[in-house]
Design a protein around this ligand. Structure first.
Ligand SMILES: Cc1cc2nc3c(=O)[nH]c(=O)nc-3n(C[C@H](O)[C@H](O)[C@H](O)COP(=O)(O)OP(=O)(O)OC[C@H]3O[C@@H](n4cnc5c(N)ncnc54)[C@H](O)[C@@H]3O)c2cc1C
Length: 308
């Protein structure tokens, strides 16, 4: 991992830096590149705009590692409202949640109950519930809760991170469920014993895992979602899909709001379903720094705002 990425990922965990930077006007302006606004209405409006162009979306309220059950219950209630709005506005929109935002650290059983309530509401709204993957210490609990919810509802999927050394085994264990999997490279600061430290190894691991998912998707045995902006990788996956008989509509590409917008539209127009993950909320600091870490050029984007 590059030094700048390592330092940025460490910075993302600093409450001091979060306090220092979050109120600065230049920083708030820079964040707008990746976020239509802090409140739900802005996110729903962006989802409606995308829908007019035939592009689906996934909404996620920023936040993680809440410290009280009341906060977690507030997050659950918020997402229940989001699903109600999706239903009412007839949006092609799904939601994605972080389990530590729903109190996983405090009470895994209560977290499971909240997930079950969200999955039921998502089904009623014609929507879908995604579960994000956080740091490696949460993977066991996340997969356990995912499987528990999946046993009761089909409209739930989970994210897997290609950089983790354990992911091939996790994918193998999940495939018999006919699961919905969103495969990403992985965004956190992990030890080399846990996650592949070299980007080219992560890219290679991603291609192998994606190939397995594509084969299942071709048989209608998985919902395969590629959460990536790596257009070279996507092009290779599309060739692989053709080779295993997976039609363009048999897999999806999900990208983050504001990144690779032209490619999002091009893929959609070529028959590959695209969804855009729209984040919103006031707790954007750690999330935004992870976005900077993914592409050092983004740091210059911020610096230009400071100078400009
Ligand atoms: C829909 C979605 C859901 C995700 N969910 C999770 C999750 O639950 N858990 C998790 O750990 N990670 C998650 N991630 C983040 C993921 O792990 C990567 O950190 C992120 O997607 C960057 O990797 P990449 O696959 O785009 O490829 P990279 O090889 O990092 O990037 C490929 C190219 O895409 C462009 N690009 C990538 N990132 C940025 C950026 N931030 N700004 C501008 N351009 C960029 C650049 O041009 C870059 O060269 C998610 C990503 C997406 C798209």
């Amino acid at each position: 991992m590059s030094l700048s990425r390592h330092l940025l990922l460490r910075a993302s965990r600093s409450p001091w830096l979060a306090r220092q930077l979050s109120e600065r006007a230049f920083f708030r302006r820079a964040v707008r590149r990746f976020m239509p606004g802090e409140d739900l209405d802005a996110a729903l409006a962006a989802a409606a705009d995308l829908a007019r162009d035939g592009i689906g979306s996934v909404l996620t309220q920023l936040g993680e590692q809440v410290t009280s059950r009341d906060e977690a219950a507030g997050v659950r209630d918020h997402y229940l409202r989001v699903l109600e709005e999706i239903r009412r506005r007839e949006l092609p929109t799904e939601i994605s949640v972080k389990l530590t935002h729903l109190g996983l650290d405090l009470n895994p059983r209560a977290c499971l109950q909240d997930l079950l309530a969200l999955a039921a509401r998502a089904a009623a709204a014609g929507s879908f519930l995604w579960i994000d993957m956080e740091e490696s210490r949460y993977v066991d609990a996340t997969l356990e809760l995912f499987q528990a919810v999946r046993a009761a509802h089909t409209g739930v999927g989970v994210c897997l991170q290609a950089y983790l050394r354990r992911t091939p085994t996790d994918l193998e264990a999940l495939l018999p469920l006919g699961p919905a999997i969103r495969l990403v490279k992985g965004a956190y600061n992990e030890a080399p014993g846990v996650a592949l430290p070299k980007k080219r190894d992560v890219d290679a691991a991603y291609a192998v895992l994606a190939g397995q998912l594509l084969e299942r998707a071709a048989q209608g045995e998985a919902r395969a979602v590629f959460g990536t902006h790596d257009v070279g990788l996507i092009a290779r996956l599309r060739e692989r899909a053709l080779a295993v008989g997976a039609a363009p509509g048999a897999y999806e590409v999900h990208m983050l709001y504001g990144i690779r917008v032209a490619e999002q539209r091009a893929l959609q127009s070529e028959g590959v379903p695209v969804r855009v993950l729209i984040s919103y909320g006031t707790h954007w600091f750690p999330w935004y720094i992870r976005r900077l870490a993914e592409r050092p050029a983004n740091v210059w984007f911020v610096v230009r705002h400071v100078l400009g």
